[in-house]
Design a protein around this ligand. Structure first.
Ligand SMILES: [Ca+2]
Ligand SMILES: [Ca+2]
Length: 722
């Protein structure tokens, strides 16, 4: 059980990729690919070459002595390159079309996390309003409020400084800085969400490091320390008049908190934090925060209930490129809300408007990295749709769905970097200086000792500049106004329907009700990068009765058109699987019944399945090598075939993956081979046919051999007769 759990968590971490691990890139691209999913590549390679001089500690010392004036660079040329799209149109001029959300509560939390704001300002970043005027710090928060934002989220680290007082970066977010930003927010009429990481630096699914001064404490000492710290820091916020409406005890605490990893100890710490919140801000919500709605949140919520943790809100991160469908988000949150009587919300989301990097430090979303969604376009409009649709997905939970927060919309470049400009290397030096001195990047070199595995490997700038709701030069994008537009909607002049996008194909078992799988809407494309969910009526499919691949037409209605002929046609691919002669072909029993597993690596699990709830998952720290076998006695004479679905990665150049059918009676066999090439890149190895007479014994053998750390999933392993 322990091994299984460890493997599962490690795998989850490997694929859910801390945004931060991808962030920095300045000197170690190869380590990013260890994460097992697609990492940034081409766009960061040029950067790593030109930023090599930021690697050595000696140059960092020089940089840290620089003054603000050394940080200001003439980046006009780079701004001209990086603030326009491929047509030369400014991102800041793009209007957004927003569909109204009916019945959205006025109190719905429409929030943004602006934790790096102070470091940005200290580095010399100047934000603008929609008219292009420079605005001061209060003006920035007023602009958020005027755009429809009513809540600001601020992360808090206990002590993000080394022994010489040098900040770790990432905004150097201690409580004093949270108070400064909280005051601006309060003055602008917004409420504040305090996001305790209970660490001296980033806490996320990958790491939950203990604050330095709590190191070595027993759990009961840690409970007291956490309670005291929470109480004292909240009292400071209260004394400063900050309007705190929600406090999260921990950030993405999937794998632990403050250095503890067991659920029982973690719950003790949640309770200690919650107690302090109740005492200082009795009207504020207490939230717990997990990272991925595709995880088993019901299991977690039950654990919290069993342990008696006193909390109000179950919060989740939801990044569309990592965390599944909105339908699943709504269903998962609604389940928790209905079963345990909790409020639910999205604590973090975001989307990119460009694949460009703006500061010389590679981005989480870039060319070839998290950029292959067909749901939304990479555009200002795409950002707006994500904001609108995630708000709607939470609101669809019902009264218990209380809010949505956009992560770091103001974490833009200090100076805009373009590798084609003459002063590119000076720009990068100046940016590095700001990251070191003011914490405007995700990590400074000073974080290396506390966080040797991440910051120690590749500290640097903003991995999020292309997901900001301000362009690289500080102008607000109209996507920011979505927070206000959602109540009444927003029209764009001259928007025209361009056609419906081909939906993803569906796969059903023979005899299953196809209507359960056919989408009710497909994405329609309009000018201006707009993608809307449009209703579709599928043609008659009652003739689909045998296994094979089919194409089905449907009629899509353009909901924005008043014209008589406002429909278009669309095709979906339907794969009907044969009736499998094997037991538990789809692993939906939730265990390996029917199968004989032998060797190192496999277990039945819910992570990354092809269909249904379960698949045969594999992962090991050591070399993976196993077989999954099943024997079938032929009832009918005929031609038999075996096939399976498989995805995975890190299996190495010497990987061997096969599925074989052996006719033990006749001594014949057929084999199909494949390789795993990446996360959710499914292949479907299918054997040639093998003849069998009634009574012959057929054995199906799946064989997987891969390097240490190889991971993946097998699902729908079939044996069938033609
Ligand atoms: Ca960047
Ligand atoms: Ca399955």
């Amino acid at each position: 059980m322990v091994k299984k759990l460890t493997s599962k968590i490690s795998f989850l971490l490997a694929i859910s990729l801390s945004a931060l691990s991808l962030s920095a890139c300045s000197n170690n691209n190869s380590s990013q690919s260890e994460n097992g999913a697609s990492a940034s590549s081409a766009s960061t390679e040029s950067i790593s070459a030109s930023s090599a001089d930021t690697d050595s500690s000696s140059s960092n010392e020089d940089i840290s002595d620089n003054t603000t004036s050394d940080i200001a660079i003439d980046d006009t040329e780079a701004i001209e390159i990086k603030t326009v799209d491929s047509n030369g149109d400014y991102y800041k001029d793009k209007q957004v079309y927003v569909q109204k959300i009916d019945g959205l509560s006025e109190d719905f939390m429409r929030g943004v996390d602006i934790s790096s704001f102070l470091s940005e300002i200290e580095s010399g970043v100047v934000f603008k309003d929609y008219e292009g005027n420079d605005i001061d710090s209060q003006g920035f928060f007023d602009l958020l409020a005027d755009s429809g934002v009513n809540y600001v989220r601020i992360r808090v680290w206990n002590d993000p400084y080394d022994e010489n007082g040098n900040g770790y970066g990432g905004g150097n977010c201690d409580i004093d800085r949270a108070i400064s930003m909280g005051e601006y927010a309060t003055n602008a009429g917004m409420k504040v969400y305090i996001d305790y990481h209970y660490s001296d630096f980033w806490a996320d699914p990958n790491k939950q490091m203990c604050p330095k001064v709590w190191e070595g404490m027993s759990i009961s000492e840690k409970e007291t320390a956490l309670y005291d710290y929470t109480k004292e820091s909240l009292e400071k916020l209260k004394d400063a008049g900050v309007d705190v409406g929600l406090v999260a005890v921990g950030n993405e605490t999937d794998s632990g908190m403050a250095g503890v990893t067991s659920n029982s100890e973690k719950c003790k710490l949640y309770s200690a934090g919650s107690k302090a919140v109740r005492e200082v801000f009795p009207d504020a919500y207490v939230a717990v925060h997990y990272s991925n709605p595709q995880r088993d949140y019901m299991e977690i919520a039950k654990m919290l209930d069993d342990t008696g943790v006193d909390y109000d809100v179950f919060a989740t991160s939801y990044y569309p490129y990592w965390h599944g469908t909105l339908e699943n988000l709504t269903d998962t949150l609604k389940n928790v809300a209905d079963t345990y009587g909790k409020k639910v919300m999205v604590a973090e989301t975001s989307w990119a408007y460009t694949l460009d990097d703006g500061d010389g430090s590679g981005n989480t979303v870039g060319k070839g990295s998290n950029d292959d969604s067909s749901e939304y376009s990479i555009s200002v409009q795409g950002q707006s749709e994500v904001i609108r649709n995630v708000i709607k997905a939470v609101a669809d939970v019902g009264d218990a769905g209380i809010g949505m927060f956009y992560w770091e919309p103001a974490w833009i470049p200090v100076n805009v970097y373009a590798d084609t400009t003459d002063n590119a290397s000076d720009t990068l030096k100046a940016n590095s200086a700001a990251w070191e001195k003011y914490g405007a990047g995700w990590a400074s070199s000073y974080a290396s000792v506390y966080d040797p595995d991440d910051a120690g490997q590749y500290y640097g700038g903003s991995s999020w500049d292309n997901q900001a709701l301000f362009d690289f030069a500080g102008y607000p994008l109209y996507s920011l106004k979505t927070f206000g537009y959602v109540y009444e909607g927003n029209e764009v002049e001259g928007m025209e329907f361009e056609g419906a996008l081909t939906p993803s194909g569906i796969t059903v078992s023979l005899g299953e009700d196809i209507s359960l799988y056919l989408p009710k809407t497909v994405k329609g494309e309009y000018t201006g990068d707009v993608r809307l969910d449009l209703p579709v009526e599928w043609d008659d499919y009652s003739n689909i009765k045998e296994f094979g691949e089919y194409k089905l037409f449907g009629t899509v209605t353009d909901i924005l058109s008043d014209e008589e002929d406002n429909t278009s046609r669309v095709i979906i691919k339907i794969t009907v699987l044969p009736e499998s002669l094997l037991e538990n072909s789809d692993f939906e029993t939730g265990d390996d019944s029917g199968w004989h597993l032998e060797g190192n690596g496999p277990w039945v699990d819910t992570e990354d399945v092809y269909r249904g709830e379960y698949g045969l998952h594999f992962w090991s720290q050591t070399a993976v090598e196993f077989t999954a076998t099943q024997t079938y006695t032929a009832i009918d004479s005929g031609n038999y075939t075996a096939s399976m679905m498989i995805q995975g990665g890190d299996a190495g150049d010497d990987q061997v993956i096969t599925i074989t059918v052996t006719n033990e009676t006749k001594g014949t066999s057929v084999t199909a081979e494949t390789k795993v090439t990446g996360w959710l890149e499914w292949t479907n190895p299918t054997t040639d046919v093998i003849e069998a007479d009634a009574g012959d014994i057929l054995t199906v053998t799946i064989y997987v051999k891969g390097a240490s750390g190889a991971w993946g999933t097998i699902d729908d392993a079939y044996l069938y007769i033609e």
